[in-house]
Design a protein. Structure first.
Length: 272
């Protein structure tokens, strides 16, 4: 099985990393639309158009399933993307909301994300449909701090304290789950675990999404998917990366997200 993974940039590599861990038998094609990011400031129509064009590119290269690792694209355009494709499409919002709903005893969940994702209220809707009260908080400084490599820097910890104080002051004291609604945020999970109240569980939507994909793969006849505890060293996934901007910049930043060197990065121009 060849799986296409789409993101507006490199953040979706956190989803790819989890996919490789939980479904190592598949091959992966990753598309980062680095020339046209950020997506958060664009209209839903533009986001849909860009994402669909990238997914069609991945489909032409043999992808038999699409994972929309971009929270913005999932939030603003998942129905349009799904309708445009002739293969299964999995986004990151529903799996994250599902995991949070199963974990929460108080039925009150906080979501941190970019301003674009928060503005769409996609997580809030997904949580509400599961009987959960969702409180959203935009954390715009997290993405540049992660991309700077400051995942355990005192400045980042100070910023995290300010954001989390807002989350748990504006939200409810009964909130018992925090959803990481941006693909950059898993890199901050160790830091956030120190900052967030201990009784609050942290849900990484990258992990949740990979679990959904692994489950779908295991349900297909003749597809052997190892148990999710399989060691990363046991994987035999073949990875190919496509970037619409600088290959070197993509590789350098992508390695921080993947946790090891990445090869086979190709530049692609999908503008008409």
């Amino acid at each position: 099985m060849k799986i296409g993974v789409f993101d507006s940039g490199v953040g979706g590599i956190t989803v790819l990393k989890e996919l490789v861990r939980q479904a190592p038998e598949a091959d992966y094609l990753y598309f980062g639309d680095t020339a046209r990011l950020p997506y958060g400031s664009k209209s839903a129509e533009t986001v849909a158009k860009y994402t669909i064009s990238a997914c069609k590119f991945l489909r032409q290269h043999g992808a038999e399933m699409m994972v929309i690792a971009c929270n913005t694209a999932t939030s603003l355009a998942l129905p349009q993307i799904t309708n445009a494709m002739d293969v299964s499409v999995v986004g990151v919002v529903e799996p994250g909301a599902d995991s949070a709903a199963k974990l929460s005893k108080s039925k009150k969940v906080a979501v941190i994300a970019t301003a674009g994702t928060v503005g769409s209220h996609a997580y809030q809707r997904a949580l509400k449909s599961r009987g959960i009260e969702g409180h959203e908080q935009a954390c715009p400084l997290f993405v540049p701090l992660v991309e700077e490599g400051w995942v355990d820097h005192p400045v980042t910890e100070q910023v995290a304290h300010i954001y989390m104080d807002e989350v748990f002051r504006n939200g409810s004291k009964d909130t018992d789950v925090l959803v990481l609604g941006c693909t950059h945020y898993p890199l901050l999970r160790p830091l956030l675990r120190r900052v967030v109240p201990q009784h609050v569980s942290i849900v990484d939507s990258a992990e949740s999404t990979a679990a959904v994909v692994a489950k779908q793969l295991s349900a297909q006849p003749g597809t052997a998917v190892p148990h999710k505890s399989a060691k990363p060293d046991d994987r035999n996934s073949k990875l190919a990366f496509f970037a619409t901007d600088s290959v070197e910049k993509f590789r350098k930043l992508g390695e921080r997200f993947m946790g090891h060197s990445i090869e086979n990065v190709q530049h692609v121009d999908i503008e008409p």
